[in-house]
Design a protein around this ligand. Structure first.
Ligand SMILES: *Cc1c(COP(=O)(O)O)cnc(C)c1O
Length: 452
């Protein structure tokens, strides 16, 4: 199967790269001066071009440059930017009503999204959902639900984990800079344990799954007390922390330990979910069925929406009125989500994510042979990355990572970096990207490595 362009039935924007000024161009630089005067410095910009419009896998800036999008707004526009079904359904909804507050007078779209979530998330048990605005809010609510369900307080999270920027989710997030630095004190009763990171496991990748799981279980039973532990929260494919795939066998073992000890196993699939890794959810790869799953990013084609979905008996343990928020499950965002999910089904975007891996991974592996600074190529589906190190060692090379990203940007390819050590280039193209554009992006990446 090949990927053709304009899969979503016609992003108006021609799917081509076009660089007509230096990047950022003069109009973007002017706007950046206004941004600096009016917007708080804490809000950064990875690529300081200002967007005029975007469609499919292309972003056009105010100077007329067209960038290939290997970021999808951080794994959000998986169905492509301004995907037809998303725009159509959201527009219809905008004309019918914009808001009533789902907690005041409900509407069908909210229920329909929860029905879809029950259908597509792992496991065939009875499921219920609650909708929110952001990923962090979903994670916070998963914690509320797990605590009230178990009557326990401790929450276990993992090294290199990322769960958001609110106070509770900062505490759950591993990396200090930029997410937490100076923003404490953080919420109590959060415990961080090792994750099975094969590339950096000291006794070797082959021992990683078992040793890491042993350490986690030991830590929970001996230092926290399994009977005090409400939830274990893990990204089945870690995002911000460096696109780390936990060694196979690690997740099932942690899930089994949780089940045996009445601990709620929460999969944070906010970045990895909704076809991104070549399945509906990354958990599906090892047949792991989480008790609760948090979703956001890919769910609504760019509109703000997030969810907690899980076993009905766990979800129902919060008292009526205990969950919610003014905007949670906004009707326009719900309509957009229904359009995004429809697009994922109709175009079989999970298969397209697998095809992206088929095209990209061999080429990235080839780059790794050519450039010894690439220590590892990893990821699944359209959630791929390279980790950069000083040749001959595993010493992280964040400077080279930033330099390669900068060169890609200047050539009209939007790539993002990540990783606890800032040394991972990650690739998150929209799943509807055409194969030509995909290959052109990798050509640019190769040139960037050669030049940097
Ligand atoms: C982005 C992300 C979050 C936070 O989502 P926001 O919508 O930015 O609050 C939480 N968990 C994971 C795994 C994420 O990638």
């Amino acid at each position: 199967m090949s990927i053709t362009q304009d899969l979503s039935g016609g992003p108006a924007l021609t799917q081509e790269r076009r660089v007509v000024t230096e990047i950022p161009g003069p109009k973007s630089r002017e706007l950046m001066a206004r941004k600096q005067a009016a917007v708080a410095d804490g809000v950064g910009a990875v690529l300081p071009v200002f967007v005029e419009r975007a469609g499919g896998a292309v972003i056009e800036d105010v100077d007329g440059n067209r960038l290939i999008d290997f970021g999808s707004g951080i794994a959000v526009t998986s169905v492509g930017n301004s995907a037809e079904a998303v725009v159509r359904r959201a527009t219809e909804q905008l004309h019918r009503f914009t808001h009533t507050c789902a907690m005041v007078t409900p509407y069908e779209g909210y229920v329909a999204v929860c029905e879809e979530l029950a259908a597509v998330t792992p496991g065939d048990h009875a499921k219920k959902s609650a909708l929110f605005n952001s990923g962090a809010e979903a994670v916070e609510n998963a914690v509320k639900i797990a605590r009230t369900h178990t009557g326990r307080q401790a929450i276990v999270v993992f090294e290199h984990g990322y769960h958001g920027r609110t106070n509770l989710t900062m505490a759950l997030t591993a990396k200090n800079m930029p997410y937490k630095h100076g923003f404490g004190p953080f919420a109590p009763e959060i415990y961080r344990v090792p994750v099975a990171y094969p590339y950096r496991w000291l006794t070797g990748a082959e021992n990683c799954a078992q040793e890491a799981a042993d350490q986690v279980i030991d830590h929970i039973t001996k230092q926290i007390g399994a009977e005090n532990t409400a939830a274990v929260i893990i990204e089945p494919l870690l995002g911000e922390g460096g696109f780390i795939e936990p060694a196979r066998g690690f997740l099932p073992r942690i899930a089994e330990f949780a089940r045996e000890n009445g601990i709620v196993f929460v999969a944070d699939e906010i970045q990895s979910g909704f076809c991104r890794t070549g399945q509906w959810f990354a958990c599906d790869d090892e047949g792991v069925v989480p008790d609760l799953i948090t979703t956001a990013k890919g769910i609504a084609g760019g509109m703000p929406l997030a969810a907690v979905t899980g076993r009905a008996e766990i979800m129902d343990s919060a008292h009526t009125g205990g969950l919610g928020g003014t905007y949670g499950g906004n009707p326009v965002a719900c309509a957009a989500a229904l359009g995004a999910i429809e697009t994922m089904r109709e175009l079989d975007l999970a298969a397209r994510a697998r095809r992206i891996e088929e095209v990209m991974k061999p080429r990235l592996l080839q780059l790794a042979e050519e450039f010894p600074a690439i220590g590892e190529v990893r990821g699944r589906g359209a959630m791929l990355a390279v980790e950069l190190v000083r040749p001959g060692s595993k010493e992280p090379d964040a400077e080279l990572t930033a330099a390669v990203a900068r060169r890609c940007h200047q050539a009209g390819l939007l790539v993002l970096t990540c990783g606890t050590y800032g040394n991972v280039l990650r690739f998150l193209p929209p799943l509807v990207i055409g194969e030509e554009l995909l290959n052109e992006g990798i050509d640019i990446l190769r040139e960037a490595f050669a030049a940097a």
